[in-house]
Design a protein around this ligand. Structure first.
Ligand SMILES: [Zn+2]
Length: 240
């Protein structure tokens, strides 16, 4: 069976902190599901306006960077096939300081409104940046309150979840997605985030060379324990 349309009509909600989180961390998976007909809504809590990368050579400043990054994110969404994009308008680098209850309530309302089949966010401890951890915590709490923890997965960086034991997890907690057919879309999204990726010389080499830098899989951690699988191994698959 062809991939096309196999997840038609299903919905994914991704709640991240900055423009580029979606592309740099799990762009292959988002492109794959979009190609399969999944309706993806992406939330970026901030516009990434405090990013230290201002283009190479620098051509942005603190006044121009929010608009530039917003536009770059829209372009990246086009590359990946993401149709809905929302901003929470939180100031970059301050997600951990906003009213936590208000943030959780906002995400919970979105979950109830969209009724997604799958949700993605950052792990509240393994997020690697205070904004990532804060939006991950709030999204996890919102899912818990909405009774949807079994639909939630945490994104992870590169191949770190090839060895989940190092982080206190087991292989059953990890879902591995083959994104090899969707790496050109991921590369296009990297390039769409021009002011952030410009300094990474490999991104701008030939497509063949740049694509060879990507792993063939992206890894996700379940927020809830894997369901028991049947004799054929079905049931514990995860994501879509
Ligand atoms: Zn980020």
């Amino acid at each position: 069976m062809s991939d096309k349309g196999q997840n038609q009509g299903r919905k994914l909600l991704a709640v991240f902190a900055h423009p580029d989180d979606e592309s740099f961390i799990c762009g292959g998976t988002l492109a794959k599901y979009a190609a399969e007909g999944v309706d993806i809504t992406l939330v970026s809590a901030t516009r990434g306006e405090m990013g230290r990368r201002m283009g190479n050579p620098p051509y942005l400043n603190r006044e121009t960077i929010p608009t530039a990054r917003e536009q770059e994110l829209k372009n990246a969404c086009d590359c990946l096939g993401i149709r809905q994009l929302r901003f929470f308008d939180i100031r970059d680098k301050t997600v951990e300081f906003v009213d936590r209850e208000a943030l959780v309530a906002r995400i919970e309302a979105l979950i109830r409104d969209l009724d997604p089949d799958v949700m993605l966010t950052f792990h509240e401890k393994l997020g690697g940046h205070p904004d990532h951890c804060a939006i991950g915590w709030a999204t996890t709490e919102a899912c818990r309150r909405a009774g949807r923890l079994e639909s939630l997965y945490f994104i992870s960086f590169g191949g770190m979840m090839e060895q989940p034991e190092r982080y206190g997890y087991t292989r059953r907690d990890v879902v591995k997605v083959d994104v090899s057919a969707h790496l050109p879309a991921k590369l296009a999204a990297f390039r769409a985030h021009r002011c952030q990726s410009e300094i990474d010389e490999w991104v701008w080499r030939s497509d063949r060379e740049a694509l060879s830098r990507f792993g063939s899989h992206e890894y996700f951690l379940r927020a809830a324990p894997a369901p028991a699988s049947d004799a054929a191994g079905r049931g514990a698959r995860g994501l879509f």
